[in-house]
Design a protein around this ligand. Sequence first.
Ligand SMILES: [Zn+2]
Length: 194
Amino acid sequence: MYGRILLCGALMLFWQACSPQPCEAQNTPNKAVSPSAAQQVLPKAVKKAPSPTIRPASAKEPVKALNLTDAQWRKRLTPKQFKILRRKGTERAFSGALLKNKAKGFYQCAGCGNRLFSSTAKFKSGTGWPSFFKSLPGRVKRVPDRSHGMNRTEIVCSRCSGHLGHIFNDGPRPTGERHCVNSSALTFEKSNAP
Ligand SMILES: [Zn+2]
């Protein structure tokens, strides 16, 4: 009697070990299908992405010039940002979102992500635009500007040449300079070590 039960148990174990695994058998065709499904989805995803992809340059990275067409800039920027950065516009005084920002961090170009100013160089100028007594080294270019019957110095992003604002010689120490910048030309990135 016991011998029969043991024999049956052994046969059951043998049958289980040799039987095919139903899960694997069902999964195999799915695995074969998924790559082609991914290939069908990929081109659509690429079409939707803005081109070209721009990532922020780190502080140690040399800044390479970035040239996009107006059509490409319009896709990337809000109408207000486009007007200021690409058409040298000026936002209304005291209207900018970053004017009263006192958080620690970095101010970046809203067009290309180039880090331009540290919060440690920001000061209250009373002019109605975010003001900095210096930029990060090499991140802002100065261009003579004789528009509107004035003799001023325009400041632009060193990477994408986007218009930021103007620079004046009535700033505080140590530089005595005031970078007068449109809020809409900037984005802010919080950092504990600006
Ligand atoms: Zn830029």
